[in-house]
Design a binder for this molecule. Sequence first.
Ligand SMILES: Cc1cc2nc3c(=O)[nH]c(=O)nc-3n(C[C@H](O)[C@H](O)[C@H](O)COP(=O)(O)OP(=O)(O)OC[C@H]3O[C@@H](n4cnc5c(N)ncnc54)[C@H](O)[C@@H]3O)c2cc1C
Length: 415
Amino acid sequence: MTFDYMPWWSDRTKKFADEVENFMDTELQPRAIKLLEQNKDPMTIQWEASKLCIDKGFHPLMVLAEEEYGGVDQGYAGYTILNEEVGRAMININPLLTSVFGAGPIHLFGTEQQKQKFMVPLVKGEKWASITVTEPDVGNDAAGIQLSAEKDGDEWVLNGWKRYITLGAISDYFMLYANSDPDMRRVYRHLTAFFVPTDLPGISIEKINSLIGDVEMANSVIRYRDVRVPEENMILDPGDGWTVMTSALNIERLGIAGVVGSSRNLLETARAYGRRRVQFGMPISRYNGVQLRMANISIKMNLTRVFLYYLADLLDKGEADMFSFGVKSSISKVFGTQSLTEMALDALFICGGDGYLQEIGVGGVLKNAALMQIAGGSNDILKLFIGRNEFMQEVDTRMLTPSVRGPTEEDAKNL
Ligand SMILES: Cc1cc2nc3c(=O)[nH]c(=O)nc-3n(C[C@H](O)[C@H](O)[C@H](O)COP(=O)(O)OP(=O)(O)OC[C@H]3O[C@@H](n4cnc5c(N)ncnc54)[C@H](O)[C@@H]3O)c2cc1C
C-alpha cells in the first residue's frame, strides 16, 4: 500500500509521506503491538511511542520547524501527513501533540532568541510544553481569561488559575495567556502571551480527577501566586495575546482534524470484517444496509482528508490570512471530528457485537472523537463562529431573484 498523495505535492513531500508510512508499518506499530502484548498500560505505550518518534525524527514539531532550529521543515503538509499516519496506525502520541500545540506560538511569532532558547530543546524532545488557556471559570469564552499579568519593572507578575492542562505536571514550559489590561477587552487587546518555565517560584500544580479515554496525560490544575516572569518570555507585545492564541489555535485545529487518520483504520476494519462475516448465507458486505454504512464512512473520510490537505497547502504557500483561515480550520475541525464519531459508530455497527470488543479499537476512537469535539474550542461554539461569519459576508446578488435580494434601482426603472 502506498500513501494516497495529493496531486499538488512536491516530490519531497511525497518522499516524506513514504518515509512516514514506512516508519509506521515497520517500526511504530510493531513496537506498540509488542507493548500491548506485554499488557503495558495505555500511558506507557503513548510515552514509548512518542520517544520512538523523537528518536527517528518524527516529532510533529520537528516536522514543522525550520532546519536552523533542528527541524526538517516539511511544513503543514508534512505535519498533517504525520498526524494522519499516526491515526491510521491507531497510536496515540498525545505528549508530542500537546508539545507542538504548546510550542506553536514560538514557532509562529517567537524572536530569534526565543526560538534558539525554547524551540530547539522542544524540537529535540528534550523539553515539553503545555498549552494553557482554560481556567476554572473560562472555557469556550477564552477572551474572558482572568489570570492576571501586571508589569513590575522588567518583569510581569502573574496571579490566577489554569485548569485541564494536559502534561501540566511534567511540562517544562506553559504557553500561557494572561489578562494584562481588562479595559482593553472590548477591542481584544487585553491579553498577553508568555512562555513560562514551570519551575518558577509561586507555581503549584495539582492533578485533576481521572479522565475517561486514554488521555490521562498528567492533566492538571495550575495555580500562579505572584509568579514573576521576565519580559523576554513574552511573545510579541503586550495586548497581542488574542492574535497569538487564535493563530496558534489553527495549528491545534489542523492537528485535531488529523484524526481523520483513524478513519482510514475504521474503513479497513469495516471492509475486512464486512467481507469475512457471513450471515443469512452471504457475506454481510453484500447487504445494501451495510454498504450504506460503508459509504458513509468513505464519503466523510475522503472529504475530511482533502479539505485538510488543502488547508495545509494554504498555510505552506503563505496564502492564508489568519481570520479567514480561522473559519476554514474551524470548518475542518467541526466536520472532521463530528464525522469521526459518526464513522466510528458506523464501523462499530458493521462489526456488530465484535465491534464492541476492546481489541477492535473502535471504542478508543469513539472516546477520542468525543474529546476532539470539545478540545480546541467546542464544535457548537465553532459552528456559531462559522454561521455568524457567513452572515457577515457581502451578498453575491448575481444569481438571486428580486424576491430574495430585494429590488435594485435597475428593477425599479423597469417597473
Ligand atoms: C482531556 C482534556 C484535555 C484538555 N487539555 C487542555 C489543555 O491542555 N489546555 C487547555 O487550555 N485546555 C484543555 N482542555 C480544556 C478544553 O479546551 C475545554 O474543555 C474546552 O475549551 C471547552 O471548555 P469548557 O469545558 O469550559 O466548556 P464550556 O465553555 O463551559 O461549555 C460547556 C457547554 O456549553 C456550550 N456553550 C458554552 N457557551 C455557549 C454559547 N455561547 N452558545 C452555545 N453553547 C455554548 C458548549 O458548547 C458546551 O457544550 C482539556 C479538556 C479535556 C477534557
